[in-house]
Design a protein around this ligand. Structure first.
Ligand SMILES: [Zn+2]
Length: 297
């Protein structure tokens, strides 16, 4: 179970969304053979993406996050849909960096702080909305706070965390976004500022066995729960999808695959599922290509 809870508090001047993502991040870890710091980095981005996509009423509306701070873990890409489906990948799944001073996984160093954070919102319209900001610390929570402030003009507190067991399995993961609504009064702002100083990290609350619902009630005793959703790992790849992708490569390359290799294999980057294409499949790919090109003419 990976529940997201959406609530409002302080006389409807604050919107709060919290998610537990322990199982979701564990699935990503198994699919990608993630080492602890890579798991924490991808898990944090997945937790924010899950919360952001929860705003969609349309099941197929999508939030896509792309982040690259020039650090050793490379690009992080996460797709999250309105129906709760989420998938993600990380450039190097095998990063294990530890900060001796804090005793914690060094996500900031793994992600790097010299690059960009890009958010695309695809509602199936021609022009998806997209916002891009510079990465601030690579710690991900700070970076999304900055994104919301600059790109969406919404002051936000973003707390995300992933705790990893010694055997690399995921102990606890979750995310929390607190947003002040426009014209929030001074006392709401002061309440949230004070909360930030005193609250524990999201992964600590989850590890204590608290549900997102309970965490919200603890931080905002007057909170009113508006909605609950479920998020889960799902990759929408298929053999048909990859046939379409193969049809985009050069005709001569497809022919040489047929004549020399008699087959092709493609591995999905998101879920590592392998798809095998025999000669008949490749003939179909060529037919698709012909059909695509005759439509263009
Ligand atoms: Zn896949």
């Amino acid at each position: 179970m990976n529940p997201i809870v959406i609530a409002e508090a302080l006389n409807k001047t604050v919107k709060i969304r919290a998610v537990k993502t322990t199982e979701l991040v564990e699935t990503a870890r198994v699919k990608h053979d993630l080492f602890p710091t890579s798991a924490a980095a991808l898990g944090r981005v997945m937790s924010v993406a899950a919360i952001m996509a929860s705003e969609w009423k349309d099941a197929h509306a999508k939030t896509i996050i792309e982040m690259n701070g020039g650090g050793p873990c490379g690009s992080i890409i996460v797709h999250a849909k309105g129906n709760g489906e989420i998938k993600g990948l990380i450039g190097d799944p095998h990063v294990y960096l530890f900060n001796e001073t804090t005793g914690k996984l060094d996500v900031g160093k793994a992600v790097g702080n010299n690059g960009y954070l890009k958010v695309m919102k695809d509602l199936g319209l021609k022009e998806p909305f997209s916002g891009i900001v510079d990465i601030q610390s690579g710690e991900i929570g700070d970076d999304f706070s900055y994104y919301f402030a600059i790109s969406e003009q919404t002051p936000s507190v973003v707390s995300v965390g992933v705790l990893v067991n010694p055997d690399y399995s995921i102990l606890a993961a979750g995310g929390l976004i607190i947003q002040l609504l426009p014209d929030a009064p001074e006392d709401s702002i002061a309440y949230v500022e004070n909360l930030v100083k005193t609250m524990k990290s999201m992964s600590t609350y989850i590890n204590e066995g608290k549900t997102p619902d309970e965490i919200i009630q603890l931080l905002f005793p007057d909170a009113n729960i508006l909605d609950q959703k479920e998020v889960y790992w799902h990759c929408d790849c298929s053999k048909e999808h990859f046939k379409d992708a193969l049809a985009l490569i050069d005709r001569n390359d497809i022919i040489s695959l047929m004549e020399e290799d008699h087959e092709a294999e493609i591995t999905c980057q998101y879920c590592n599922e392998r798809y095998h294409f025999d000669e008949n499949d490749l003939i179909e790919v060529l037919e698709k290509k012909d059909a695509m090109e005759s439509r263009k003419r």
